[in-house]
Design a protein around this ligand. Structure first.
Ligand code: PLP
Length: 421
C-alpha cells in the first residue's frame, strides 16, 4: 500500500526538490520570514541553514527589499540582448570593484547551475576562439556545481545522478586535497602538463554539498600556480562560498588568488530573489570579441539581468562596499567556533571543522544503515525544537544568516547536542 500524500500536503500538487515523497513527512507551511526566523504553521523556526545557503544578512533585509520595491515602480523584465538598464550596469560595475583583481566582465544568468554552465562554455569558447582547442576539464572529488547535465558532469557521481550518467561528459578528477594537498597538486600538475586541459573548476576552500569538506588556502594557491604554469583557466565556483560565507567576501580572498572566471549566485541578492553572475577576465572576454560573428558567446536565459534581481544585487553589493561586514563575519565565526568546540568533546561526534561562518561535524555511526537514517531523524528532532537543519548524510552543519544571535545559536547547537541518535 502506498501513502500517496506523504511528503506533500494532502491537497497539494507540488513536487518538492530533493524530496522522497514516499517517506518524508508533510512540510510545514511558511507564512512569513524575518531575520533568522521562519514563521510556520508548526511554530517559529530558526533558519540554521540560511534556506539552503542563500540568505546572508537575514531574511527580508530592509535595504534589499526596499530596492526591489522601488525598482518595481519603474521596471520589470526587459530583453537584455540589444538593450540595457541601470540596475544591470550599476551592479556590474559594483561586482567588478568587489571581485578579485583582473575580473572585468559580468555575464548575468539566474541560478548557480546556469552561471557554472556559462563558465564552462566561456572556457571552451576561449580555447576554440584562440585557435588552440582544449576540451578537458579538471574537477575535484566530492565537488558539487549544480543539477543540470553539464554541472552534474563536473560534479561528484553517485546515487543523486546515476540515472543520468549516460548523458554526462567525462572529466579528469583530482582527489580531494588532504593535509597540504601535495598529492592532489602533483596529479593536477601531470594532467595540466599534457596541454589538453581547458579549465579547472573548484569550490574554493569548502565543498558544500559534498559534505562541507574543507581544505586550506595554500592548496588553492597551489592549484592557481599550476594553472598559471600550463595556461589552464581557473573557474572558482563561489556560488556557496561567496558573500562572506567563509569569513571573507570571497573564499579566493583567503589565498590572495584571482580565478579567470568566478561564478556567484546564492548570496548575490542577499538571498531575496534569484540572480547569478559569471565574472570573467578580460582575456576570456577578448577571446569572444571579433568581427567574426561565429566567435560570439552564444548564451542567454530569458530572465538574464532581471531588473528587480539586479537592484537587489546592487543593494547587497553596496552593503559590502561600505565595509563593516568583516566585524559581523568575525563575530559569527567566533560564536560558531565556541559551540563547535563544546560539541567536539561529545564522543558521538567526529571531525569538527569550520571555515568562517560555516561549522560542520560528523555523526559517528557504526552501521551504514543506521548512518543513513540518522540525518532525517536529526532533522525531525531539530524541527520539533524550532530549528531548521538539513544534514548531508552523517554530516551536521550550521550555516546561519549573519544576523544570528548567541541565543539563536544556543538553540541550534542545543538541538544537535540533545539528539540521542
Ligand atoms: C548550490 C550550488 C550550485 C547550484 O546552484 P543552484 O542555484 O541551486 O543551481 C552550484 N555550485 C555550488 C558550489 C553550489 O553550492
Amino acid at each position: 500500500m502506498t501513502t500517496p500524500h506523504r511528503g506533500t500536503r494532502p491537497d497539494s500538487p507540488v513536487w518538492h526538490p530533493f524530496t522522497q515523497h514516499a517517506t518524508e513527512p508533510p512540510p510545514p507551511m511558511v507564512s512569513q520570514t524575518q531575520g533568522a526566523y521562519l514563521a510556520t504553521d508548526r511554530g517559529q523556526l530558526i533558519d540554521a541553514i540560511s534556506s539552503w545557503w542563500v540568505i546572508t544578512h537575514g531574511h527580508r533585509h530592509p535595504p534589499i527589499m526596499d530596492a526591489i520595491r522601488d525598482t518595481a515602480e519603474r521596471l520589470d523584465q526587459v530583453i537584455f540582448a540589444g538593450l540595457t538598464h541601470a540596475p544591470a550596469e550599476d551592479l556590474a560595475r559594483a561586482l567588478v570593484d568587489l571581485a578579485p583583481p583582473g575580473l572585468t566582465r559580468v555575464f548575468y544568468s539566474d541560478s548557480g547551475s546556469t552561471c557554472v554552465e556559462v563558465a564552462l562554455k566561456m572556457a571552451l569558447g576561449f580555447w576554440r576562439n584562440t585557435g588552440r582547442p582544449r576540451h578537458r576539464i579538471a574537477v575535484i572529488e566530492h565537488g558539487y556545481h549544480g543539477d543540470t547535465i553539464g554541472t552534474m558532469s563536473v560534479g561528484e557521481r553517485g546515487i543523486f545522478n546515476a540515472s543520468y550518467e549516460p548523458l554526462m561528459f567525462s572529466v579528469d578528477r583530482l582527489p580531494f586535497p588532504r593535509g597540504d594537498g601535495a598529492g592532489t597538486l602533483a596529479i593536477f600538475e601531470t594532467l595540466a602538463a599534457t596541454g589538453e586541459m581547458a579549465a579547472l573548476i573548484v569550490e574554493p576552500l569548502v565543498l558544500g554539498a559534498g559534505g562541507m569538506l574543507m581544505y586550506g588556502p595554500e592548496v588553492l594557491a597551489g592549484l592557481r600556480a599550476i594553472c598559471d604554469r600550463h595556461g589552464v583557466l581557473m573557474i572558482a565556483d563561489e556560488v556557496m562560498t561567496g558573500w562572506g560565507r567563509t569569513g571573507r567576501l570571497w573564499a579566493c580572498d583567503h589565498a590572495g588568488v584571482a580565478p579567470d572566471i568566478l561564478c556567484t549566485s546564492k548570496g548575490l541578492t542577499g538571498g531575496a530573489i534569484p540572480l547569478a553572475a559569471t565574472i570573467a577576465s578580460e582575456a576570456v572576454f577578448q577571446a569572444h570579441w571579433s568581427q567574426d560573428r561565429s566567435r560570439t558567446f552564444f548564451h542567454s536565459s530569458s530572465y538574464t539581468a532581471n531588473p528587480l534581481a539586479c537592484a537587489a544585487g546592487l543593494a547587497n553589493a553596496r552593503i559590502w562596499a561600505a565595509g563593516g561586514m568583516q566585524a559581523r563575519l568575525d563575530a559569527v565565526g567566533a560564536m560558531q567556533a565556541d559551540r563547535l568546540a563544546d560539541l567536539a568533546r561529545d564522543p558521538r561526534f567526529a571531525n569538527p571543522r569550520r571555515t568562517g561562518t560555516i561549522a560542520a561535524i560528523d555523526l559517528r555511526a557504526d552501521a551504514a544503515g543506521y548512518l543513513a537514517a540518522a540525518g532525517p531523524r536529526l532533522r525531525a528532532h531539530a524541527l520539533d525544537r524550532g530549528v531548521l537543519l538539513r544534514p548531508l548524510g552523517n554530516t551536521v552543519y550550521v550555516l546561519p544568516p549573519y544576523c544570528v544571535t548567541d541565543a539563536d545559536l544556543d538553540a541550534v547547537w542545543g538541538a544537535i547536542a540533545s539528539f540521542a541518535g
